[in-house]
Every structure is written in structure tokens, then in C-alpha cells.
Design a protein around this ligand. Sequence first.
Ligand code: PRP
Length: 208
Amino acid sequence: MENVFQSQHPLVQHKLTKLRDKATKPKKFRELIREIAMLLIYEATADLALDETQVETPMGIASGALLREKIGLVPILRAGLGMVDGVWEMMPGAEVWHIGLYRDEKTLRPVEYYNKLPVDPTVQVCLILDPMLATGGSAVATVDILKKWGAQRIKFVGIIAAPEGIQALHSVHPDVPIHIAAVDKCLNEIGFIVPGLGDAGDRQFGTG
Ligand code: PRP
């Protein structure tokens, strides 16, 4: 599907396999989320714009390039939080804007509970971070919020998607590239990705 990028990197696949393992404890789980996020962001940012510049080294002048656009990291609470640190290390100048959404257990529709975006957009590129793209409702709602805010470019970076989630996000927001480590088989009757990894929030925070 156009605008859907599934990582083929062996390190991503290796770490993803460890992440899925039900025996993986929260500490290791958080480390893996962080590491996979760093690898995925490397791929997701390959087309960021650069401004050419020059830099003075101890030996002379070198030509170089610096990021042109201001980047915003937008983790969807809670599970997206674990993807922030590693990505932020790669882009320490990024702003972090949290969006709080939870899925209503019955309707599976996202409910917004935290949004402190200022009136005008402060970044040009928004990178939404959320390990799970299940029905796609949370991702669609977050893109809606960011577009209304005035974000010019938005990308979704996740770890595991259900085909239903990819379809939902792509059909409502086809301009938003989806970067993902794996596309699984399906959703089950309670909206969990199968085989997936269980509840990414609970497994990170030890609340399962
Ligand atoms: C999970 C996950 C996504 C959402 C995906 O969060 O982290 O945000 O569900 O589902 P969707 O694609 O069907 O919207 P959850 O609502 O469990 O909240 P939590 O991260 O706070 O545990």
C-alpha cells in the first residue's frame, strides 16, 4: 500500500521478536520499545529537509547540512511514552507534545483526556509515536487534532499494526506515511492485535 513503510531491518525484526515474547519483563520490554523506536525513526526521517551550511573544524572549513524544519514528537499516552526517549536522543532539538487518548473498552473509540497544544503550531513536522495501531481510531484522532492545529507534515511511527488499523488511517489520512515494524494478522473480538504482543501500555508500566 502506498505510504506504508514496513521496516525490513534485521535488528528491528530481532528486537520485535523479543518484544512479543510473553516472558519478556517490563524492564526489558521498555528497553526494546526504546531501541526499536530509534531504528524506526532512522528510517522514518530519511526524507527530512536540510539546509546546506559550512562548519569550521580544527583543520579548516567543511561543508555540511543541518535540519531545516522544527520537529515535534507526539507520543500518544500512555504506550507512546516509551518511544520518546530514544527518538529524542537522536533529535534533541525536537519539541514533545503529549496527546492523551484511551480506548473505550466497549466502543473501542478513542476518548481524549489530555491535549495542551498551544493555539498556533510551533513545529513543521509531527512524528506521532504509538507502538500499537489496532482499529486505527487513536491514530486517526491524533492526526485530526494535529491537522486542526495546523501541522504541515505528519508521520505515524508505530511498532505493530493490524491490517484494519492501516486501512483506517490510510483511508482517512492518505497523506500521512505509516512507518511500522510489522503488520499482523487481524484484530480479535476485543480489539487486540493478533498475534501482537498484548497490551503495550500495561507491559511497559507493569500494570497488566
Ligand atoms: C492502545 C495503544 C494505542 C491504541 C490503539 O492504547 O497504545 O494508543 O490502544 O488502538 P486503536 O488503534 O484501536 O485506537 P490504550 O487505549 O490501551 O491506552 P494506554 O496506552 O494508556 O494503555
